[in-house]
Design a protein around this ligand. Sequence first.
Ligand code: NAP
Length: 414
Amino acid sequence: MTKELYPIGEAPPLGVVPPKMHAWLIRPERFGEPMKAFAQEVIDVPDIAEDEVLVYVMAAGVNYNNVWAGLGIPVNVIAARNKAGEREDFHIGGSDASGIVYKVGRQVKNVKVGDHVVAHCGSWQKDCPMVRKGKDPMYDNSFRIWGYETNYGSFAQFTKVQDHQLVPKPAHLSWEAAAAYMLVGATSYRMLTGWAPNNVKEDDVVLVWGGAGGIGCMAIQIARAFGAKPIAVVSDASKVDYCMKLGAIGCINRNDFDHWGMLPHWKDQAAYGQWLKGARGFGAAIWEILGEKRGVDIVFEHPGETTIPTSILVCETGGMVTICAGTTGFNATLDLRYHWMRQKRLQGSHFANDEQARGLNDLVMAGKVDPCLSRTFTYNQLPDAHQLMYENKHPSGNMSVLIGATEMESGKTA
Ligand code: NAP
C-alpha cells in the first residue's frame, strides 16, 4: 500500500507517487539569509502536465540563484509568479538535479519510469514563437530558469520538469556529482561554443576569470576539450594548482594588479594612463604564459564592472568577450576607439538550450569534463550550503546536497 509520506532517504517503490513529500521551502515572511529563509515542510506532490516528468530527486546542486530567491532580491520570485497567475505562496528552489523518473505525462517520449537522469534548468513553452520559427528558445519570452523562476525545483523529494530538460545520468558518476555540473557546465558551454564564428577552436587562447569558481572550472575543461589554451585568473596562489590540474596552461593572480574598476574617462589623461599601465601589465602576464605576443581569442567574463575594461583590452582583433553575469557591478566601460578599429565583440550569454546542455553532458559522459564536486551536504544541511555561498566561504568547484540518496559517493553504478 502506498504511504501518505515517505521519510527522507526511503524511496517509494519505483513509479509509486505518494500524495505528500518533504521539501525545503522559501516563504516571503522568511526572506533573508539562507539560514533563515529555508525551512523544512511537508507539502503535496505537484501534478504534472502532458509534456512534463516527475523525477524522484536523489541529489540537488547548489547555485547562487537560490541565495537570491531566499533574500527576495533583486526579484521576489514568489510575487512574480503570483502576478503571472500561479497560486502557490512558496518557492521550492533547486536548479540542478540527478534522480529517477517516477511518472511521465502522456506526450512524453524521451524518458520512461525508472530512467536515471540529470535535469538542465532551461524551461520554455513548447509552442512558443521562437520554437515555432525554429529559433533558439533561449530568446523566447517564456524562457524561465527551472527551480528559480519556476516553482517545484530540486530541493524536495519530487521535482517537476519539462521532458526536454532531461539528459541521461553519466553512469560513472555518483548521484551527488551528477547533480553538480549541469547549470554551470551548460552555461559555460554556450558561452564558449554558441557564438560562431567566435566559437572555441583548437589553439585558441581563452582567458577564464574565476578559474577555480563554479563556471570557471567548467570553462577551463571545456576549452581544453576543444584543444584550446585556457589561462585562468585567480585571487590566491592556493587556487593555481587546482586550475592547472583542470587543464589551464597558466594562471594569473589578479591581486598582483590594482587597476580594477571602471575605465577612467578618456579626457582624464593621467588616470587613463595609469589604468592603461596596469591593464598592459596584465596583458604582458598573458604573453609570458603563452611565450609569444598574442591576444586572447575568447575572454570568459562574469565579474563584470571591475574587469571588463581589461577583458576588452586583452581581447585579440576580431576576438570576443562573452559574459553571463556582472558579479561586481553592471556598468561595462570600454574605449570605443579600440573596439571598432580592432573589431572586437562583446557578447551577452545566458544559460543554454537543449542542444548545448546535451553537448556538455556528452563531454561529461566521455570523461572530458569532471563535475568538480567539492563538497556534499546532507538534506538537513541544505541551508548551510547556501549560507557558505552567501558568505563567499564556499570551496572551489561545485557543491551538492543529498535528497533521496543517503550515502555520499552513492550511485556510481547507476
Ligand atoms: P563562484 O563559484 O562564486 O565563482 C566566481 C569567481 O569569480 C570566484 O571564484 C572568484 O575567483 C571570481 N571573482 C570574485 N570577485 C572577483 C573580482 N572582483 N574580480 C575578478 N574575479 C572575481 O560563482 P560561479 O558559480 O562561478 O558564478 C559566477 C557568476 O556567474 C555569478 O554571478 C553567477 O550568478 C553567474 N552565473 C550566470 C549564469 C547565467 O546563465 N547567466 C549561470 C551560472 C552562473 P578569484 O577570487 O579566485 O578570482
